[in-house]
Design a binder for this molecule. Structure first.
Ligand SMILES: CC(C)(COP(=O)(O)OP(=O)(O)OC[C@H]1O[C@@H](n2cnc3c(N)ncnc32)[C@H](O)[C@@H]1OP(=O)(O)O)[C@@H](O)C(=O)NCCC(=O)NCCS
Length: 169
């Protein structure tokens, strides 16, 4: 079995949609990815393909941090989905590592993610509140951040906002 992690290509859209429907309780995340793509807000869309079948997806979109009249720009990893039959086999980990690698090359200075408490610290994330950051909707225990370049979080504190497409979730 060979796992290929690559950027989304034209034609992948229906399979990405179906995967998100399968991985989440409702189709809200699938529609979110479609909306981000349609609005040109996907900074990165990574797919994991196992023996020719799309089994994983990670979306990245811009976030902003506002404090004291200054605005900083970063990237948010969300949503991420792995096909139910293939979860807990390291596919999510590969998507995160490849996503972080690509984002370090692209240049946003920091990355945030909302998710399982035990999971993201394995990939270099720290609780965002320890860096003076909070998600606009709370859930501080599940909100994580990491710098993507040296000093990438210097002076970045305040409220983190995702794209307006996330408001529909
Ligand atoms: C979260 C998700 C993307 C992880 O992908 P994955 O390929 O299963 O992840 P990995 O195999 O790299 O890592 C597995 C780890 O993820 C964590 N994890 C996965 N699903 C979890 C769940 N439902 N609850 C708690 N932790 C979970 C665990 O820490 C697990 O480690 P363990 O098996 O040692 O306990 C996948 O489980 C999924 O699609 N879940 C449904 C959609 C979702 O919740 N997405 C995240 C929010 S955007």
């Amino acid at each position: 079995m060979e796992l290929d992690v690559r950027t989304e290509r034209p034609g992948d859209e229906p399979a990405v949609h179906a995967l998100n429907v399968a991985a989440f309780p409702t189709d809200a995340e699938a529609r979110l990815v479609d909306a981000l793509r349609g609005n040109g807000a996907l900074m990165l869309s990574l797919v994991a393909v196992l023996d020719g079948v799309l089994v994983g997806h990670l979306a990245c979109s811009p976030v902003t941090v506002d404090a004291d009249g200054r605005r900083a720009h970063g990237v948010g990893l969300a949503p991420m989905a792995v096909a139910p039959a293939h979860q807990r086999q390291g596919i999510g980990a590969r998507l995160i590592e490849e996503g972080l690698r690509a984002m370090r090359a692209h240049g946003p200075p920091f990355c945030v993610v909302l998710g399982h408490r035990d999971y993201y610290p394995r990939h270099g994330f720290v609780p965002a509140r320890t860096r003076g950051l909070r998600w606009e909707h709370g859930h501080d225990d599940a909100f994580f951040v990491q710098a993507l370049s040296p000093g990438g979080l210097d002076g970045v504190t305040g409220v983190v906002r995702y794209r307006p497409e996330f408001d529909a979730l």
